[in-house]
Design a protein around this ligand. Sequence first.
Ligand SMILES: C[S@@+](CC[C@H](N)C(=O)[O-])C[C@H]1O[C@@H](n2cnc3c(N)ncnc32)[C@H](O)[C@@H]1O
Length: 428
Amino acid sequence: MRIDILTLFPQHMDEMLHESILGRAAKKGILEINCVQIRDYTENRQNQVDDYPYGGGWGCVMMAQPLKSCLDSVVAASGDRKRRVIYLSPQGKTFTQQRARELAAEYEQLILVCGHYEGVDERFIEACVDEELSLGDFVLTGGELAAMAVTDAVCRLVPGVLSDAACYTGESHWDGLLEYPQYTRPETWEGRTVPEVLRGGNQAEIDRWRRKQMLLRTREKRPELFERFTPDAADQKLLSELERDARRKVLTEPIECRPAAPEDIPALSLILRQARNYLKRHRVDQWQGDYPDETDLAAHIEAGDCYILSYAGRPAAVFCLTMEPQPNYDLITDGKWRFDGPYASLHMTAVEAEFRGSGLADRMIEAGEELARGMGALSMRVDTHRHNEAMKALLNRCGYQFRGHVLVDEPKRDPKRQAFEKEIREKE
Ligand SMILES: C[S@@+](CC[C@H](N)C(=O)[O-])C[C@H]1O[C@@H](n2cnc3c(N)ncnc32)[C@H](O)[C@@H]1O
């Protein structure tokens, strides 16, 4: 791609446009960017490029002759190429990513004409310009900033300028959406932590999350863009999920925690089935066999360690809490427990589907901690599958820390679990 910029200020532009990515591409011969001084093509002794407007009025207008001579010289020097002459003007069509793509794909040379003062003689535009492009509905002093913006946006789309097409195809405005939020190190900055999903390493989940964010932020930040966007079937599905998220319950009714009773088993097994399906949908190899089922519930209820969290009197979450030492926790690998003394462990936690995202899961953990404290526990231990992002995010939010790996007895399933711990003793 060759770009020639006709301007009264070539020097500063040249420096800017030969820095960094474009500069390197120019060195490699992928781009050629020339900034040409219009004043060098005047035919008067004073090298005058502008004059007063016919009909009177404020300021001066750039004369057609120097512009045309400059343009002719550039065309003559650049040979036979598919070229487009563009005048940067507040009266042009607004420049967009779509137009940048078309210009990069369709032309071998762009000649960008920068006006100054009150603009340029209309006859030059009529005779020589193929297209007018504007940077937006505002007026600049000259066309230079606009020409640099067009040059930059077009050139980065030229093959070879960026290392991979993926560098720009996923960016804002490529397919009508804004890009997802980006984060870099450190993981926590001023109390704000990078979203869990981005740290989990599950690429399919990351891609889904990012696409959802693109839809969400375009709808919120640029509703007019979103109106023009046509979602495909996959996007439609994500949008329905976003609708569901928005309708999520706000907890206004009383929440109570009590030991579960045998008559709760049907409601609790429904919650466990929902959790099993949720894990299956998220490809988590946990609870995908028989465990936990009604027999397990009945056994825990009989042992007195199964609890129910009810919302407005209706079963909304289930968990088991025990002070029994867990022999498999003694065999922790890749780390160690940090807190000595009696501990409680939390198992079989599940929240009714309708309450996902409502904060009820956090209330369940709090309720478990309060019970555990009442039983004399100084710390709480929990394990979960390494792909169970929802549980890990919950534990993270509630102040639990990863300690290592333990093995659980879930027949024919991946037995490895991540182990988390939190000190729960009352601070004096
Ligand atoms: C002060 S402006 C002239 C504006 C002109 N009198 C008008 O009202 O349409 C001087 C030059 O800046 C450039 N310019 C100003 N605003 C621009 C914009 N929004 N986009 C692109 N170029 C712009 C054009 O090259 C223009 O010739």
